[in-house]
Each structure stands twice: as structure tokens, then as C-alpha cells.
Design a protein around this ligand. Structure first.
Ligand code: ZN
Length: 365
């Protein structure tokens, strides 16, 4: 196993196809080919869909983290929209992040809503699929632990529709997309990537069902949560567009260049504060995020974090050394925070099944 000379991806990953120079396939093809479409195009799109009634123009999904806070500010101040915001709160939400979201909305004079799933569904599906992953680790069962989170997209669209708001804005960036999930490849110029199709996803799901009785049990028990979550996996999925024809989804960083330094500068000026304990503050708003990092690192040797940092290296935002430093810092935070997350979620029964070996840095051994 070797690590790419340019990024942090490793040769044991599926489709990594290292060349003789020691570069991974994704560096050779500049994955994920993020090219913002431009602020003018965003302005045109926003103007085209503005509210024609007394309702607000745009509902904005705000987690309290830096990117969504920036999106909210940009839409309100730069593009002059009348906006409302919502935060999806679940049993793994870190309270400080909701407080951040509330505080920023108050400062910006934006109406703020909280949405949640009933009956602890989020926590229950997470626990079911994490236990199913422990019994039979696979990319499918790991992915399903976060299926309830996709309901954030549905709840947001639902709220926008209810309030007669014609647009909904999301702050996810293409650079968050890990190449080990976007495995399909189309075209012959090495520049067009395609995420796996619905059919391929269904086939993978069937395979997991054949191999894991616990997974089957989970899908049966939480069928509607799983089905809807899978259909709404992207904030602009065809399912959502068909179900909510009066609400247009806007992924703001498809248009505006995503640069974390600019983002942090802008929002700090307005009073945003970085969550205290986080290294890279990416997804520090969610206790479940530690589990996701755990599962992927354990299975693949790298996780979402390395994928995200590698995408940033290719986009010219980070040096490889800076990215490596960030991984080490995040591993230290993980070792401290993961046992706390297990306790807070009352999952002590799985504590002795956790293997911390992949988090030890070479210096610790
Ligand atoms: Zn690479």
C-alpha cells in the first residue's frame, strides 16, 4: 500500500489506479473537477426565482458551521434576498452549533426555524445500522448509518413549501465529495465523473442484504426512513424536485468559489465563533460524524477527512504537508472525543468493540 505523492489517497482504494509516477487516479484527473459557475449566473438564477408574494425569497439550511453561515450572509447581504433559515436538530447535534445558528440569525435579523424527526428516529436508525456495520462492515451499512440525516433535505423543502418560499439554498461544496463513493466514471477525457446510479445503489443494497441479517432487520424496521432518505440523498435530487415542484434548490457553492479563508474572514467579522474543541471544524456539529470517520478509516485506511483534504489540495487550497498536519490533529481530537460521543449516545455496550489502532500516529507506536 502506498500514499499518493500529491494527495492523501492510498493505493488500496478501489479505482485508485496509481500511475508510475506514484500519483492516484484522482490527482491524474483533478477530481472532483470543481469549477464554480460564477456569481453572475447565481444572481440570474436568484432573480429569476424571487418570491412574487409577501413570502420570503429563499429558505437557507443553516447548521451553525462556517459554510452555511456564509451562505446565509451572502444571500441576504450580497444578493439582497429576503431569507429565512432553518436548522435540522437531531439527537447527535452538538448544542453549541445550534446556538451558533440561532445567534447568527438573530444578528442578521433572519427568521430561524428548527426542524426535527419525531420519536428519536435519527438516533434509532443510526444505532441500528452502526450495530449492523459492527456485525458486517461494508460501505453500504456504513452509509446507511447517516440515512436519517438526509431527511434534513426533505424537512427543508417541506418547510419552504409550507411557507410559500420559492427557493431553498444549501451550502455543501463539491469538494466534500469523497472519490471512494463517487466510483462510476463516464467519458474518455478523464474529466467527467458520475456518481453511481440509483440502480447500482439498489444492487449494492441487495448484496448487503444477502450477507447481513442485521442489515435486513434494520431496513425492515426503518423502511420509510431508509427509502425516503435514499431518495433524498442529494439536496437537489430528482425525487425532491419532483415532490416539491414549487421550490427550486440552489447549491450556492456550485456558483461561488469556496475558499475557507474568505469564508471564515467574512463570518468572523459578523461575530461567528469557531467551535472550541474542533481542529478542522468540518462537521464538528455532529456526534455521529466521529462514528462515520471511525467506520471509513477502519475499512479503507483513510476516511472522509483525507478525501476532503485531498480534494482541497487538488483545488490549490492546501499543501500536502498542511493536509497531513490536519489529519494528525483530527486523529488526536478523535481519540479524545470518540469515547465521549459513545457515552453521550448511551452506547457503552459497543465500547469494547472499538479498535483505536488506526488512529495511533506513527510516533505513538
Ligand atoms: Zn492523489
Amino acid at each position: 500500500m502506498s500514499t499518493c505523492k500529491k494527495c492523501l489517497m492510498i493505493s488500496s482504494l478501489q479505482n485508485s489506479n496509481f500511475n508510475s509516477e506514484g500519483e492516484c487516479y484522482w490527482c491524474q484527473t483533478n477530481f472532483p473537477n470543481y469549477k464554480p459557475r460564477g456569481e453572475e449566473k447565481l444572481a440570474d438564477l436568484l432573480n429569476e426565482h424571487r418570491s412574487k408574494s409577501s413570502s420570503a425569497d429563499c429558505m437557507v439550511g443553516v447548521s451553525g458551521g462556517k459554510d452555511s453561515t456564509y451562505a446565509l450572509m451572502a444571500l441576504k447581504d450580497t444578493y439582497g434576498l429576503n431569507v429565512e433559515a432553518f436548522t435540522y436538530v437531531h439527537e447527535g447535534t452538538v448544542p453549541a452549533s445550534v446556538e451558533n445558528a440561532k445567534k447568527m440569525c438573530m444578528k442578521l435579523d433572519v427568521k430561524h426555524h428548527i426542524v426535527s424527526l419525531p420519536d428519536q428516529i435519527h438516533l434509532r436508525t443510526f444505532k441500528t445500522f452502526f450495530r449492523s456495520w459492527l456485525a458486517h462492515p461494508s460501505l453500504v451499512s456504513a452509509g446507511m448509518t447517516c440515512v436519517a440525516c438526509k431527511h434534513l433535505h426533505i424537512l427543508g423543502f417541506e418547510l419552504a413549501k409550507e411557507r410559500n418560499i420559492p427557493m431553498i439554498a444549501w451550502a455543501s461544496t463539491p469538494l466534500e465529495c469523497p472519490p471512494f463513493l463517487a466510483i462510476g466514471y463516464k467519458g474518455n477525457n478523464g474529466e467527467v465523473y458520475q456518481k453511481s446510479s440509483l440502480l447500482e445503489n439498489a444492487a449494492n443494497m441487495m448484496k448487503e442484504m444477502v450477507h447481513s441479517p442485521k442489515f435486513v432487520q434494520g431496513v425492515v424496521e426503518h423502511f420509510s426512513t431508509c427509502y425516503q432518505g435514499c431518495m433524498a440523498v442529494s439536496p437537489a435530487s430528482n425525487y425532491l424536485i419532483a415532490k416539491y415542484p414549487t421550490v427550486t434548490p440552489i447549491k450556492i457553492f456550485d456558483f461561488i468559489d469556496w475558499n475557507p479563508r474568505v469564508v471564515i474572514d467574512e463570518i468572523t467579522r459578523k461575530g461567528w465563533q469557531k467551535p472550541v474543541k474542533s481542529g478542522d471544524d468540518w462537521h464538528s456539529d455532529c456526534l455521529f460524524h466521529h462514528f462515520k470517520e471511525y467506520m471509513f478509516r477502519k475499512m479503507l485506511g483513510v476516511s472522509y477527512l483525507e478525501a476532503y483534504l485531498s480534494n482541497q489540495i487538488r483545488y490549490g487550497l492546501l499543501s500536502r504537508d498542511e493536509a497531513m498536519k490536519s489529519v494528525e490533529e483530527n486523529k488526536r481530537i478523535f481519540l479524545k472525543e470518540f469515547p465521549i460521543a459513545i457515552k453521550e449516545l448511551e452506547m457503552d455496550d459497543i465500547a469494547d468493540k472499538i479498535d483505536y489502532q488506526p488512529w495511533q500516529s506513527s510516533g505513538d507506536e
